[in-house]
Ligand binder design. Structure first.
Ligand code: DQA
Length: 147
């Protein structure tokens, strides 16, 4: 199984950006945890981070025929990007939405998630653990539908 883990804008600044909200661990720490979880689950993982909406859309499109599931934290584009929503719908892969912080308890402009509308699973406010749980659940889903 191949899982694509996508992170949107400013998540490369983890550890520096607003540590009271996002914690003190870095994007490299997150990547290491995700890689370790992939090894534990026996799946291949590809990590992709971009600050650009178009690059995120292009990478989602490239997952078609290449990866089996997507874990995505679209960051600020969660709340603005119909293009990312449409890309997720276009490829039609099982997808999980992750947010490190609990967006449901934050500003009103964070209360809509366009990308989330194309995701069957949601991991909100679980910190880095949300990515790992998303991978576990997608791997389990893949196993049960592919023997
Ligand atoms: C975030 C929440 C978004 O509202 C914000 O713009 C981010 C990170 C999160 O992981 O909690 O950049 O997606």
């Amino acid at each position: 199984m191949k899982i694509l883990v996508i992170n949107g804008p400013n998540l490369n600044m983890l550890g520096i950006r607003e540590p009271a909200i996002y914690g003190g661990r870095t994007y490299a720490d997150l990547c290491a945890l995700i890689q370790r979880k992939a090894d534990e689950l026996g799946v291949d993982v590809t990590l992709f981070q971009s600050n650009s909406e178009g690059e995120l859309v292009t990478r989602i499109q490239q997952a078609y025929g290449r990866e089996d599931a997507i874990v995505i934290n679209p960051a600020a584009y969660t709340h603005t990007s119909v293009a990312i929503l449409d890309a997720l719908k276009a490829v039609g892969l099982p997808a999980a939405e992750v947010h490190i912080s609990d967006v449901t308890k934050r500003e009103s402009f964070r209360q809509i998630s366009y990308a989330g509308m194309a995701c069957q699973r949601h991991y909100i406010g679980m910190g880095f653990e949300g990515y790992l749980k998303a991978m576990e659940d997608l791997a389990e889903q893949y196993r049960s539908s592919n023997g």
